[in-house]
Each structure stands twice: as structure tokens, then as C-alpha cells.
Ligand binder design. Sequence first.
Ligand SMILES: [Zn+2]
Length: 383
Amino acid sequence: MARFKEAKQPLLFRAFGVIWSLSKFTFWLFIALVLLIKLSETGQSAKFKAAGENPDFKQIADLLDAGHEAPALAFTKQLLASSTAFSSLERCWLLQTQGEIYLKRRHHHLAREAADSCLALDIADNHRYEVLQWRNDIQQRIDSHQPERYLFKSYVNLRESGFAKQMQGEIVVLYIYLEDNLWQGWSGAQRYMMQQYMEQATLWYQQQAQVFQQPPPKFDVHYYYVQTGRGISANWLRSEQFFADAAPLLLEQMGFRSWQQMHNLMTGNGKKQLAVIFHSNLEARSFASSCPKQSTDCKIEYVMLTEESLVANRWLVPQVQAHEMAHLFGAADLYNISAAKDYASTDLMNYLSAELQYAEIAPITAWAIGWGPKPTAPFELEE
Ligand SMILES: [Zn+2]
């Protein structure tokens, strides 16, 4: 009877049963997932939670959760500098927090310093092991960003050469988009984007000048658009022929007869500085063609921006613009000097930061562009 009854149980009923048990299963699965996510969240921010109930530390964690890294960093510095009796564990927590912020900014050396400061404290062995692992990881990151580190031994500055001498006073910038009728072109949107990046770069220089108690330079950027009438190739851009070909086209567009006339009129007979930037969106490497030291008649000085960064690495563009401009004003690269590996590590000529706003001008570059005295360096500064 019962069997019969069971057999007679309507299909719909059984389906409900299946759905109910399925939904029970889904429900528990959901709960398990939520728990897992919560667990992994606490795992992720374990470093930031180690500090217990201290309200200052809670404030730092809250700032970080809200994405306010700059004030969080400033607060950790303030707490570490204050003589409050923090335990080694707490000091280490503050240092690790700093280190994580530095890593996000790609300031690996500063993160490594934070790790070292933590390791110098009296901390438990298991904690020490964890921090050591972290430090090794940071060191590996530093070592893996050195493609040209061992090319040079000394710093060949080009201070006060050419017609972009020091980054001071009024600076006229000619920003020239290169285009051919074949492969290389610029859309209005791309040019607008480059203009925005250039505004970031000039603003950044003005802020950096203040760090060195310099009156901020004034930039007057003029944009031009030159069609070369021939195919743009990396070889041509790097050749001497390039300037011979491109300069007349630019002068024609600007309405000048000669480079000298253009220079005199644009700079008020040399009262202002002149910086010339060509930009081709060819996939090649940017470079600066600077005047040799002590040259008196050198007029061919310009930056060539040729970055693939338009597509994949937009974040790089303002840093490349600012980096190459520094060359025009006399700064040399630091990324290819062996003894500069651990020197001026946030300087724009040495390492890339996550964004231009985090990059800095170190005293050596400041000296080269006319903002400060000659610093000491772990390598020769050629005069
Ligand atoms: Zn360079």
C-alpha cells in the first residue's frame, strides 16, 4: 500500500523534493563560499590587522581600505618618529604597512629599507622568517629591473649645453606630432591624450622645482603637426637626415625662414629656453639628441618620443615625456650606471614609478638641470 502510494506520489511532488534538496545544497554552498571569501579577506589583510586594538593603527587600516595611501603613509611615518612606546611587533607592522605602499608605487628600494628596519628589531623567529621572505621577494624585484644597469661607470652630464640650458624661467616647448601618409598617424583623440599627459609632466616639474626651493618654471607649449611625406622608420628617426628633413617642414608650418629666426623670435632672442619634442607613435625607443658639452653653435637639440606606450602602457607616457625633457636640460640617465643601482632610486632618470606623481627629481638630476649644488655620488660625475 505504502509502496503503491509512494509510486503514486505525483511527479511534481518529487520534483519539488529534488529542487528543495538542491536549493539546500546551493544554500550551503553559498554559505561556504561566503565564509571562504571572508577567510581569504582576513588572510589578505593579516599584515594590516596584526596591530590589535590600537586606535591609531585602526585609523591607518581604515585609510588604506578607503584607498587613501598618502595620508596613511604620512601617519605611519609620524607614529614611527614619535617616541610612543610601541612594541617591536607594532613598529614592524607600521614598517610593513609602509613597505606595501612603497611597493604599489614601484619604490622597491624604499620597501626594502622598511623590511630592513623591521628586521633590525627584536621580533619573534617565525615573524622574522616571514619578513625575510618578503625582503627576498623585494630584492628579486629590484634585480629583475636592471636590463642596462652595467653599461656605464660614470655620469656624463650635459649641463647648460644647447638651447635648453637650465629648467628655469620661461620655457617654450615645441611639441611636434610626426605623421606620414603610410603607417604612422595621430587621431585627434590621441593628440588630445598626449596633450593631457604633457600637462601632467609640466605640472610635475613645477611641483618638483618647489622641493628644491626653485621658482617653478613657466611652460608655454605649442603643438604642431608635421606630415613627413615619406615613411617613418626607426632608422630614419635616429639618423642625422631626420632633422634635415623635418626642420624645414616644421619651419614652413610655423612661418619662419630659418631655425635661427624661429629660435630668436620664439625665445625673445634667447631670453627664454627652447625645448623641442618630436613625437612619432612608431613602436621604437625614445631618445634625446642633446648638444655636446661646451658646443657654441649646436642648434640641433631635440627629444624624440617614439613609444609603443600609446596602446599598452599609457601610464608610462608622462614619465617618458618628463624623462626625455630632463635630457634636454642636461640630465643624464642613471638606469645604466652600475653604481647607481641603489642610488637615487626614486629619481625619474633611474627607475620608473607606478605613476609620474610618485617619481622624484633627486639632487643629482636637480644639479644637472640647474636646481641645486653638485651632490656626492657613488660614481664619478664628469664635468
Ligand atoms: Zn634617458
